[in-house]
Structure formats: C-alpha cells, structure tokens
Design a protein around this ligand. Sequence first.
Ligand code: NAD
Length: 372
Amino acid sequence: MSQPSSRRQFLQQVGGGIAVSLAALSANNKHAKPGYNTGGKKLGVALVGLGSYAKNQLAVALEKTSNCYLAAIVTGTPSKADEWSKKYNLDKKNIYNYQNFDSIADNKNVDIVYVVLPNSMHKEFVLRAAKAGKHVMCEKPMATSVQDAIDMVSACRAAGVQLGIGYRMHFEPFTKEIIRMCRQKEIGDVKFIQTNFGFTIGDPTQWRLKKDMAGGGPLMDVGIYCVQAARYVTGEEPVSVTAQYGPVTEPSVFKDVEQSVSWQLEFPGGATVNGFSSYRSNIEQLYVSATKGWLQLSPAYSYGPIKGSSSKGPLQLPVVHHQTVMLEGICDALLTSGTMPAHCNGEEGLRDMKILMAIYEAAASGKKLPLV
Ligand code: NAD
C-alpha cells in the first residue's frame, strides 16, 4: 500500500544527503561479533517491507552510507522483488518473501534486519529476525501494545542480538544541539515545552487509519516524535499524564483511530509539556521555555530542512539526510561497541510505548494518571 501523497509532500526530503565522518573502524575490535565486517567493510542490511519509507528514504540512505549497504530484501510482492533486484543489483539468493524469510539465518551477508512494515507486523518480524540470529532495526512505533514491545525486547535479549528503533532525530544536528544546550543548561532550567506534530492524511483506506494495524492514530504515527522530544529535551521520564481527544469532524474517516489528541506530561524537574498530534492539521513545532531563555525548532521532526533558533540567536547547523546519518550512527556503534546506541534501543522504544498507551488511557478516562 503506498503512502498518501499529502504525507510525502509534507515530509519532504532535502536534497543531497551528507555522509558523516565516522571514527575509523578498528580491524581488531574485540567487542565486534564474530563474523562482522570490521576493518572498513560494510554491514549488510536486509529491508523487510518495501513500502514508501523503505523505498524513498532507507534505500536511498543505504546508497550513501559508508559503513552499511543494502544486502537483501524481503517482500510479499514479486514485482517489487524484480524492480529492486535490478535497481540494486541483488542476487536471487538475497531476495526473500514473508514465508521463506526465516532462511535469512543462513545468509552471511546480512548483519541487520530492518523491519519497515505496518506497526502491527513489527513484532512478528522482529521475533523472527532475532530467532535467525540477526541484529534488528524496527521502525517506530515499535509495536501496537506495551506487551508486544516487552516481548520484542525480551526476544532480542534472549537471542543475544541488538534491537534498535528507527529514531532518526537523535542523529540529526539541530536536535543534537538542542539536547546539548538543554543538558548544559545554556538557557537555564526547562519549565515548559509546547510540541505539535500533525499532517493531513490522504487515502482513507490505508492501514494508518485502522487500529488493528496502526495501534492508534496520529499519536502513534507522529505524536511519538513529540513524546520523544519531551524526554530528550528534559533528559527525564514523565511522572504523570492527562490527555484529551479532539473533536471528530469526519466520522467516516476517523471511525477507528483518533483524529487528534492533546496531552500534558509533568516531569520530576518541574517542566510541563503540552503535546498535540493530528491527522487534520499540518503542524510541526518544538518550543522550549526555560528560566534564562527559549529555543524553537520548526520544522522539528520531518525530513527537513529542520530550522531552529533560540534566545541566543539562530541555530546554524548542517542539513543532513536523516536516514543516512542514523544508519551510519547505529552501524558505527555496532561495529565499535557491539551495541545499539542507548538513545534508540529497544528499551527506549518500550519507554515511549508505555507513555503513548498512558496518553490513550488518560484521554479515555479523563483522569490524571501516574507514570512509573
Ligand atoms: P507503507 O504503507 O508505504 O509500506 C508498508 C509496506 O508493508 C508495503 O511494502 C506493504 O506492501 C507491506 N505490507 C505487508 N503486509 C501488509 C499489510 N497487511 N497491509 C499493508 N501493508 C503491508 O508504509 P510506510 O510509510 O513505509 O511505513 C512503514 C513503517 O515505517 C511504519 O511503521 C511507519 O510508522 C514507519 N515510518 C517511519 C518513518 C520515519 O521517519 N522514521 C517515516 C515513515 C514511516
């Protein structure tokens, strides 16, 4: 199923992605898993699900990355297998379907399986990839329930493989800079955050509008960026949540998932956060108010260009291709330490899942709920 054109237009990709400079990879890395291609070689990535994000972003990134490459594909659509094998010069032995996927265990070229399927399918393919002994990247939101996320983290731990979530913002320069500024208290203590992410969804029949496949509406799809941002700006975990669903003005479209939702999080250091997510408002902003100043990113979460300023002046940073720097970042970590970066691992995804589900619970109950 293809992505709605409105979302494609909204999440525009900036031209000419960049390659980050990576620390030289050690050929004698004692942490690297046996069989890893260290010494300047590249990790092989298998993309599972060749929809819009895999095709327009991840495959593009894998052509630019210096430490990983597209080694295999997994698809249920034979015409896509043909198209991709020609475009990326993939041998037949590196092309799988959903049925024979498990035999990827025998493919020495594949180090990482990257699951880019509708949300409800993430768990099955993460578990199967872990069983095949491969490290796993999984798109956000990692699952459609907290229990599924717990099962995914446990399965990867039991299999001795790393689990990462496609949290690309952690590798993006503007985002990294505001995290640094907040950690170093350059604008004082954070007191209030306003963060919004929404877009006008297209095709009313798509999986994003079906609760059993998406797990929820805009909150699961893009509101998750706002929840993440509240956590990486404060560097803390929220202690309570209240939330409210917005009005449903198009009941024929929003019969299964919310049209919009607002939420409020309280953090132990005294910051409060107002979040908003919608499938009917084109909005994207992160505003941080602190005791000695403020900062703002807008656009804050789409593919860019991210733009930012603060009470100290405009933020002038490189514009990057998010998926390229993310893939290079995680592969650098895997090659040098053998682990996923903590800010985008499975446990991090699980923390967000708990907050997303608590937002839904708070909106449904109208109550202020504690978060533990
Ligand atoms: P998409 O609809 O474009 O692609 C989904 C893929 O899954 C297609 O190849 C489709 O054929 C396949 N599929 C297999 N079984 C299916 C089924 N039963 N129903 C529908 N599709 C099925 O979706 P997408 O936009 O590529 O999103 C895929 C994942 O990537 C989602 O989890 C989404 O949240 C995530 N995503 C992340 C970002 C990001 O910036 N990190 C951006 C877009 C999407």
